[in-house]
Design a binder for this molecule. Structure first.
Ligand SMILES: *[C@@H]1O[C@H](CO)[C@@H](O)[C@H](O)[C@H]1NC(C)=O
Ligand SMILES: *[C@@H]1O[C@H](CO)[C@@H](O)[C@H](O)[C@H]1NC(C)=O
Ligand SMILES: *[C@@H]1O[C@H](CO)[C@@H](O)[C@H](O)[C@H]1NC(C)=O
Ligand SMILES: *[C@@H]1O[C@H](CO)[C@@H](O)[C@H](O)[C@H]1NC(C)=O
Ligand SMILES: *[C@@H]1O[C@H](CO)[C@@H](O)[C@H](O)[C@H]1NC(C)=O
Ligand SMILES: *[C@@H]1O[C@H](CO)[C@@H](O)[C@H](O)[C@H]1NC(C)=O
Ligand SMILES: *[C@@H]1O[C@H](CO)[C@@H](O)[C@H](O)[C@H]1NC(C)=O
Length: 426
């Protein structure tokens, strides 16, 4: 490790190039603190080759597994099998990449440092095999605006993960963007056979998003590819600042229980690649009431029966759904692939719908039953003589038997005879 805190592409040992780079890096770092570094400065070219820099101040330290660029205010510790957050992160860090490591647990105060990492604005923890994020894991990061936790199997996300661990009324979080794409744990940990087990993941994420209004400044929330079956009722209630909500590639069947009314800032809502069948009036009216919203609904299995009439009428009028021309019916069979926009209300009826496989199997069952019935009748017909004889026998047997009963009944029914018989018994 050559005394320099920064690593990057070498300078081939050429003195002139090194001197040029040094001058450049000094110029850039003199210029950078006042300005906000644009993300384009993350390109390798922006890493200063400070081969010749003299005694770096202690603030310039760089953890062993990382690449640091003070000029770009960026630290990258990528694909290094790190099991915990490095302790000696440089205080200037604004963009921190800790992706592709092995940190299964993120404990409380994982980024709390003395002095605090006050400038850390973008933290990327994508692809780390993170299973547990504890309460207060992001405490003492007053400037954190963007957090990416995607591609981690989050089975234990604390309800206080994004707020202070032990404040009863948590301080507002500085987060503006929270990216939680594909954070579902493996199937065997989710489905324990009960409905509670199936939706436990949704409930856990919803609890962390509520966190006592801590995330009221959140503007972008991405929750794509999480196999969400439904949205808990108050899931969005405490995110009033939301502008972009991405729920692509989940398994949402209905939006009946979730309300969008309070999301007055909402600009984009992505619901592509879900399992939506129809949208009801209340949802449509809520979207229509939001000033700027655009809703994306492509690739859902719309069911074009009578319940679809309101939605079709609304789609024909609305500006809210930019991809509305691409929406097509998936059921019933005779409507498959027809564009929703081209449907007439008279096309939408609620005949009992059976899938074709079931229809043919019912026809088959009917034929088999009719055949069995015909054989039964034939057998009866062929045996008609025997049956007649048998019926006669039974009738005779019954008659004998019944006559006996009849006789005894008459005796019992006649009070005189009854008295007689009982007296005679004595
Ligand atoms: C975080 O890192 C992953 C992996 O490199 C990348 O795909 C993703 O775009 C990054 N997230 C953000 C918000 O830049
Ligand atoms: C949480 O409580 C612990 C011990 O009670 C305390 O040391 C810590 O500073 C508290 N954290 C916050 C954010 O209040
Ligand atoms: C299934 O998981 C849910 C939520 O985690 C839990 O409440 C329930 O008790 C579990 N049921 C069984 C049978 O383990
Ligand atoms: C959709 O989500 C599933 C997991 O729920 C994931 O395996 C798949 O790769 C995702 N597809 C896309 C196109 O992102
Ligand atoms: C909308 O916000 C109001 C006031 O902030 C609150 O009382 C109400 O419960 C919210 N409604 C929903 C559906 O979240
Ligand atoms: C839905 O709204 C439309 C127009 O506002 C109305 O004509 C229709 O009756 C409503 N449908 C239901 C089921 O309430
Ligand atoms: C819808 O109805 C109109 C008028 O009744 C008719 O001209 C049109 O062909 C119909 N469209 C479809 C797709 O059936």
């Amino acid at each position: 490790m050559p005394g320099a805190g920064s690593r990057g592409p070498g300078v081939d040992g050429r003195l002139r190039l090194a001197r040029l780079a040094l001058v450049l890096s000094v110029w850039v770092s003199a210029w950078a603190p006042g300005s906000s570094a644009p993300s384009s400065s993350l390109s390798p070219a922006a890493f200063p080759a400070s081969a010749g820099s003299a005694q770096p101040p202690p603030a310039d330290r760089c953890p062993a597994a990382c690449e640091c660029s003070e000029a770009a205010r960026t630290v990258k510790c990528v694909n290094r099998d790190l099991q915990e957050v490095p302790a000696d992160l440089p205080p200037y860090v604004r963009n921190l990449f800790l992706t592709g490591n092995q940190m299964t647990v993120l404990p409380a105060g994982a980024f709390a440092r003395q002095p605090p990492l006050a400038d850390l604005a973008a933290l990327n923890l994508s692809g780390n095999h993170l299973e547990e994020v504890s309460a207060g894991a992001f405490e003492h990061l007053p400037g954190l605006r963007q957090l990416d936790l995607s591609h981690n199997p989050l089975s234990r996300l604390s309800p206080f993960a994004f707020s202070d661990s032990n404040a009863s009324i948590p301080a507002p979080s500085p987060l503006a963007e929270l990216i939680l794409n594909h954070v579902l744990p493996p199937e065997e940990q989710r489905d324990n056979g009960t409905f509670e087990g199936m939706v436990a993941f949704e409930s856990m994420v919803a609890a962390a998003l509520r966190s006592g209004f801590a995330l009221q400044g959140l503007q972008r929330l991405e929750l794509a590819s999480n196999h969400f079956l439904y949205l808990p009722r108050d899931f969005l209630a405490q995110l009033p600042g939301l502008r972009h909500l991405d729920l692509r590639n989940n398994s949402l069947v209905s939006l009946n229980y979730v309300s969008f009314r309070n999301l007055t800032q909402l600009q984009s809502l992505h619901l592509e690649d879900n399992a939506l069948k129809v949208l009801h009036n209340s949802t449509l009216a809520e979207w229509q009431g939001l000033a700027q919203v655009r809703v994306f609904l492509d690739n859902n299995p719309w069911v074009c029966d009578c319940y679809m009439a309101d939605m079709v009428a609304w789609l024909k009028e609305t500006e809210v759904v930019p991809d509305k021309a691409r929406l097509t019916c998936a059921f019933p069979e005779k409507m498959r692939k027809r564009a929703l926009l081209n449907l007439n209300i008279s096309d939408l009826n609620c005949d009992p719908i059976l899938p074709p496989s079931l229809q043919t199997s019912y026809v088959f069952l009917g034929i088999v039953l009719a055949l069995i019935g015909a054989i039964f009748l034939l057998v009866l017909y062929l045996n008609r003589k025997g049956i007649k004889k048998w019926m006669h026998n039974i009738r005779d047997a019954c008659r004998d038997h019944m006559e006996g009963y009849h006789y005894r009944y008459e005796i019992n029914a006649d009070p005189r005879l009854t008295n007689l018989s009982s007296n005679s018994d004595v």
